[in-house]
Design a protein around this ligand. Structure first.
Ligand code: ARG
Length: 566
């Protein structure tokens, strides 16, 4: 497909000598509707160098410009140049590209030879996997898919919270109130209950806190009894987590949790010492960051135990040495902003120039019915509950609307899970989201089920048409405004993927495929597709096949299944 914006920027460059074509390229806009042109160029910025009013510049340019291939007309409106594509040419270019490339439409080789590590999900063992971790999981998974689509080699890492003082607490709780079979049956919620119980009891008997700290110190010193319990808690939890990931369709290349770095900590501490970055403070070991207006980064407690940040520093050094990443991305909620700024700074102070390639991708908090999700008090929505609840709801709807469907269970699963993922990826990631059962699973409006249904509808038209997809159709039959809107959305899609990758913002893709689904449904409602006229039928079916393909690509990039029936 020719790059229409590129064509225009090359052309405009001839008339605007003192701006380079990449700058011109970035200034080209897409007007909100085709009546104002398909592409527009604002002349404001030229006023200064050309010493003329922008409107005048636009008027003069319109007179002199010789349009490149693919364009039919240019008009000026105020300070804007509005370009109109040659619709038949344009539609042909876009459709041909989609049909030729199929599921690869929009993919690129930009990232070839480069590696991106993505650290996502990372729930804490013996604490719940809640909707906050769900956000990290689905955002990270989408970023993985998007980057991979653009040619990067991705390394997905689950930095499980499998080390830390919480284990001391759970060990104390288990020894007092635990039941082995319960942990084997439902490890995640049983361990959470023990954790919650510990906090309730410790309010009355504060000495339990010391006991718990003692157990964690034992773990760090390698005491077998403590480690054995820890290993068991971890392995039972991971087994359960993997079930949830399977349901979500999420995979990781590595399950290297915090404990994986235990034997690498000594090396990190000595490197820090050698580089004279360490300081004593009330018995603890810190790195002073006052100069950078940040509180100190604590790397070792008084009792010798290490911290979350220590393990993150060790992990980053390990990843750089083993994967030689171009970027290492961390997906967590924004409450960890300071944590990441602190230890990224430490890596920089250690003299590692790649500190600039460590990127924190923060996202908003999830509240549930207006309240913050908190572990200790137990006000959590367990992810499993959310997912099975979603699937149940979809099953009911399917049962009601389409009881004769084959594989209803499979569909309930992909639509229920898809709804949860889509809901999560609908808004700018930094926005706080309030989780509510009603909006997450709505089948109307800008939701996952709506887009998935649009895909299924397109599949159904294609099944009924039962035609060989052939790009040799009379494209002049597709020049109407409604069809053009569908094609324009598709033409922009490759650029949308690049933008989402650059900003680490999957919601850019979500928004775009909602628009595509809406444009497609207008096309579907306004035009009969399976008409008598064979030529027209072939042309419209081709539009359906094209849109279907792009919706599927979009859903897949978000980590959502595109069902053929529902
Ligand atoms: N386990 C942490 C939490 O639940 C998230 C870990 C994020 N990754 C990292 N390398 N720090 O808050």
């Amino acid at each position: 497909m020719i790059d229409f914006k590129e064509q225009l920027s090359v052309l405009l460059k001839e008339y605007i000598a003192d701006m380079d074509s990449s700058e011109i390229y970035s200034m080209i806009e897409i007007p909100p509707n085709s009546a104002m042109g398909d592409f527009a160029f604002p002349c404001f910025k030229l006023a200064k160098t050309l010493r003329k009013a922008p409107q005048m510049i636009a008027t003069e340019l319109v007179e002199s410009i010789k349009l490149p291939e693919g364009f039919e007309n240019v008009k000026n409106e105020g300070a804007y140049l509005n370009f109109f594509v040659d619709r038949q040419f344009y539609i042909n270019e876009v459709i041909k590209e989609v049909i030729e490339l199929g599921p690869k439409f929009g993919s690129k080789s930009t990232g070839n030879g480069k590696t991106i590590c993505i650290d996502y999900s990372a729930p804490n063992i013996a604490k719940p996997f809640h909707v906050g971790h769900l956000r990290s999981t689905v955002i990270g998974n989408a970023l993985y898919r998007i980057n991979e689509f653009l040619g990067y080699k991705c390394v997905g890492i689950n930095h499980l919270g499998d080390w830390g003082t919480q284990f001391g607490k759970v060990i104390v709780a288990y020894k007092n109130w635990g039941v082995k079979e319960e942990i084997e049956r439902e490890p995640i919620s049983t361990l959470l209950n023990l954790y919650v119980k510990f906090h309730d009891e410790a309010e009355i008997r504060p000495e339990l806190e010391d006991e718990a700290r003692g157990w964690f110190v034992k773990m760090e010193q390698g005491a077998e009894e403590a480690l054995e319990l820890w290993r068991w808690f971890s392995s039972e939890t991971i087994k359960e987590l993997k079930k949830i990931y399977r349901l979500l369709g999420v995979t990781f290349d590595y399950y290297t949790g915090e404990s994986f770095y235990n034997d690498k900590i000594e090396g990190v501490l000595s490197e820090l010492r050698e580089k004279e970055l360490l300081k004593e403070s009330e018995g603890a070991t810190i790195i002073d960051l006052e100069q950078y207006s940040m509180p100190p980064c604590l790397v070792q407690k008084k009792d010798g135990s290490t911290l979350y940040a220590t393990r993150d520093i060790a992990a980053a050094l390990y990843r750089k040495a083993n994967f030689d990443f171009d970027k290492c991305i961390y997906v967590t909620d924004y409450s960890q902003n300071l944590h990441f700024s602190q230890w990224f700074k430490v890596i920089e102070l250690m003299g590692h120039s790649w500190a600039k390639d460590l990127i924190h991708v923060p996202f908003g908090r999830v509240t549930h019915e207006g309240r913050r999700i908190q572990t200790r008090k137990g006000t959590v929505v367990l992810l499993e509950e959310v997912l099975t609840g979603a699937i149940d709801r979809v099953r009911e709807i399917v049962e009601e609307k389409n009881p004769n469907l084959n594989n209803k269970e499979e569909i309930a699963k992909s639509v229920g899970v898809g709804a949860v993922i889509f809901n999560d990826l609908s808004n700018n990631r930094i926005k706080d989201i309030s989780f509510s059962w009603d909006t997450a699973f709505s089948f109307e409006g800008e939701t996952g089920p709506y887009v998935q249904y649009t895909h299924a509808r397109a599949c159904s038209v294609l099944r009924k048409a039962n035609l060989e997809i052939d790009i040799d159709v009379n494209m002049s039959l597709l020049k109407d405004d409604i069809t053009l809107e569908v094609i324009k959305n598709i033409q922009q899609f490759p650029e949308v993927i690049v933008d989402a990758q650059r900003k680490n913002e999957p919601s850019i893709i979500t928004r775009h495929i909602i628009d595509l689904a809406q444009a497609f449904n207008r096309f579907y409602n306004e035009h009969q597709i399976l008409v008598e006229d064979q030529e027209l039928k072939k042309a419209r079916v081709l539009v359906v096949a094209t849109a279907r393909q792009v919706i599927e690509i979009g859903l897949n990039l978000l980590g959502i299944v595109a069902p053929e029936e529902m």
